[in-house]
Every structure is written in C-alpha cells, then in structure tokens.
Write a new protein. Structure first.
Length: 125
C-alpha cells in the first residue's frame, strides 16, 4: 500500500496524466542518473589522486551529495517502472473483464431469444 501511495504522490507531484508523460519523465530520470554517476566517478578519480586533507573532505562531501541524489533518482525510476507494470496489469484485467462481460451479455441475449425482455400485452380494444 505504501508503494502505491508513493507512486500516486510521484504522479501528482510531477503532474503526470498519461503513459507517455510517465515514459518521458522516466527517460529524463535515467539520463540524470547517468550524468550524476559520471560526475561522481570523476570526483572519485580526483579523490584518489588528492593529497590535501581539506580537499579530500570536500571531495567526500561532493560524493555524498551525488550519492544521495542518485538514491532519490533511482527510487523514482523504480516507482515509474512499478506504475508502468501495474498499469499494464490493470489494463489487461479491464480488457479481460470487458471481454467476459460481452460474452455474458451475448449468452444472456441468446438464452432469452434476443428479445428486449418486455412482455407485450395483448392490445385492449
């Protein structure tokens, strides 16, 4: 239930109303993940070569900031994936239900002989 609440909040917060909007948002998140991961990797490399204690601490703080950003972005990517998966499941269930309902109506109509269900009263003169 908490995951569904988080997914709903994401959709509301980002004003996402369609599957296409969700896919665009998810792609943007994935691009941001790649960019921040790349930036963090550069900082890791600088950290390995650095010998100044104050600069080492600054690099570590930058890495921590990037790591927190990545965690949040990856969480949102997972939420998007969950929404997409659940929406497909719901779509399939609705389609199956519509097909089943259509068959039931058709069977019921055949059973009744295709009449509208009203009994015609004999004309009174």
């Amino acid at each position: 239930m908490s995951r569904i609440i988080e997914q709903t909040r994401l959709l509301c917060r980002q004003h996402i109303a369609s599957r296409e909007q969700l896919l665009v948002y998810q792609q943007k998140l994935e691009i941001d993940v790649q960019r921040i991961s790349s930036d963090r990797k550069v900082i890791y490399n600088k950290l390995r070569r650095c010998r100044q204690p104050e600069q080492i601490e600054a690099y570590r703080e930058q890495i921590a900031v990037h790591s927190r950003q990545l965690a949040q972005l990856r969480k949102e990517v997972r939420l998007c994936a969950g929404i997409l998966a659940r929406s497909e499941t719901i779509k399939d269930k609705l389609q199956h239900r519509e097909e089943t309902f259509g068959k039931e109506v058709e069977a019921h109509e055949r059973k009744r002989g295709g009449r509208s269900g009203r009994q015609h009263e004999p004309a009174r003169h």
